[in-house]
Design a protein around this ligand. Structure first.
Ligand SMILES: Cc1ncc(COP(=O)(O)O)c(C=O)c1O
Length: 415
């Protein structure tokens, strides 16, 4: 079986015991399963097989070079959100025509780089950005390929910090603005509208409806534009498919997702682009951490203090997100409610509150599950904490794909 399973009481990743990795690499440490990455990518591909499509993996979810390279080798294309992600995508071997560039505040330098490379599309977010893309295209002496990001005014039904499709958010332009923008672009010789883009939000688990509505809205606009002579090539429906962070949590399957979005877009005949991030990589990673202290308050709360913190995984502090936590090597004994907290000087540095955990003692290893997406990428050096090591398990062996940062690394660009 691929991914993370328990064998004789020990948590393993594709047959490699996680305690063995932690002993050599130290903690905190992110561990990823290459086999699970492969099977999840294949499942999404399979679900979309009935239409011409491309899966532009959203590097924002996890842009560690080896992970990105693995997905490229599987046949993914790329969605990048910054100059840094663009360079990582290129170094992972993507060609510019496999890359779409997203982002609500692209700088002139980022636009110039994207235009001069000739990326598959720049997802344009405003009238001002169209002007800046045109200036970059004139300066580079080459045409720029643009997809207009539509704000469909759809509530995603997810955490408000990761909802992006409502008209009150900063993302995209309204349908009316898009129509004006596209007429405007037609008069600018260096610009070509090649697609429409929409992304309504992330970690969508309860209903396919927002995803289906977003798709239907851009499909309708595409038909209208094509009837008016606009030569579109693709519809980019963004990412957003959620994963079960809680054991047993019902989620939307790739098949249900495809069945919801495809009816509206299929008849346009356009190539369908998706920008999945979390669904592909989220379940493929765990964060290994060691218990460094325990203490029980008079009021009854027991704290399990671990060596990973919000600097290694910020989702619980940022969105009160739930991650399953389990000992790597099980001990006998009844589960008791504990607060699992990190060492950072913030009360929000809490991974779980009143969580039932089997008995643990100092030195035990815990695995925080489903940290493959928005884990290592959102890390920081707060409290001068070096970034954690990252390990990829592949074909029964593990290798370091990012070594642990050192204090010397941290100080090297300071005077
Ligand atoms: C424009 C865009 N595309 C794709 C994604 C990836 O989303 P997810 O990881 O939920 O699939 C995001 C995430 O916020 C996004 O903003």
């Amino acid at each position: 079986m691929t991914g993370f399973t328990r064998v004789r009481g020990t948590l393993v990743c594709d047959e490699v015991a996680l305690d063995a990795i932690a002993r050599e690499v130290g903690t905190p440490c992110h561990v990823y399963s290459a086999a699970l990455l492969t099977s999840r990518f294949a499942a999404l591909e399979q679900a979309m097989a009935s239409v011409p499509h491309r899966l532009h993996y959203a590097l924002k979810a996890n842009s560690t070079l080896a992970i990105v390279r693995h997905l490229r080798q599987l046949g993914a294309a790329a969605d990048v959100n910054s100059a840094g992600e663009l360079e990582v995508a290129l170094r992972a071997g993507f060609t510019p025509d496999q890359i779409v560039v997203t982002g609500v505040g692209k700088t002139r330098a980022e636009l110039a780089r994207a235009v001069s490379l000739g990326v598959a599309a720049i997802n344009a977010e405003s009238f001002g950005e169209i002007d800046r893309i045109e200036a970059a295209a004139i300066a580079a002496g080459r045409d720029a390929r643009i997809a207009v990001r539509i704000n469909p005014d759809v509530e995603a039904g997810t955490h408000r910090h990761i909802s992006t499709g409502a008209s009150t958010t900063k993302f995209g332009v309204s349908l009316d603005e898009a129509r004006v923008m596209i007429r405007e672009v037609a008069r600018r010789p260096r610009l070509r509208i090649v697609g429409l883009h929409v992304h309504v939000g992330s970690q969508i688990t309860t209903s396919v409806e927002p995803l289906a509505r977003g798709a239907a809205i851009v499909a309708d606009l595409a038909r209208e534009l094509m009837a008016g002579g606009v030569a579109l090539e693709h519809l980019d429906l963004g990412g957003g498919l959620g994963i079960p962070y809680r054991a047993g949590q019902p989620v939307i399957s790739p098949e249900a997702y495809a069945a919801a979005i495809l009816p509206a877009v299929r008849e346009t005949g356009l190539v369908i682009l998706l920008e999945p991030g979390r669904w592909i990589v989220g379940p493929c990673g765990v964060l290994l951490t060691e218990v460094v202290d325990t203490k029980t308050r008079d009021a009854g709360t027991t704290f399990v203090i671990v060596d990973a913190g919000m600097t290694d995984l910020i989702r619980p502090a940022l969105y009160e997100a739930w991650h399953e936590i389990e000992p790597v090597v099980s001990r006998d004994g009844a589960a008791v409610p504990v607060d699992v907290v990190g060492p950072v000087c913030e009360t929000s540095d809490t991974f779980a509150s009143a969580r039932a955990l089997p008995p643990v003692v100092v030195g035990d290893l815990l695995a925080i599950r489903d940290t493959g997406a928005y884990g290592a990428v959102m890390a920081s050096n707060y409290n001068r904490r070096p970034l954690a090591a990252e390990v990829l398990v592949e074909a029964g062996r593990w290798r370091l794909i990012r070594r642990r940062q050192t204090i010397d690394d941290l100080l090297q660009w300071e005077s």
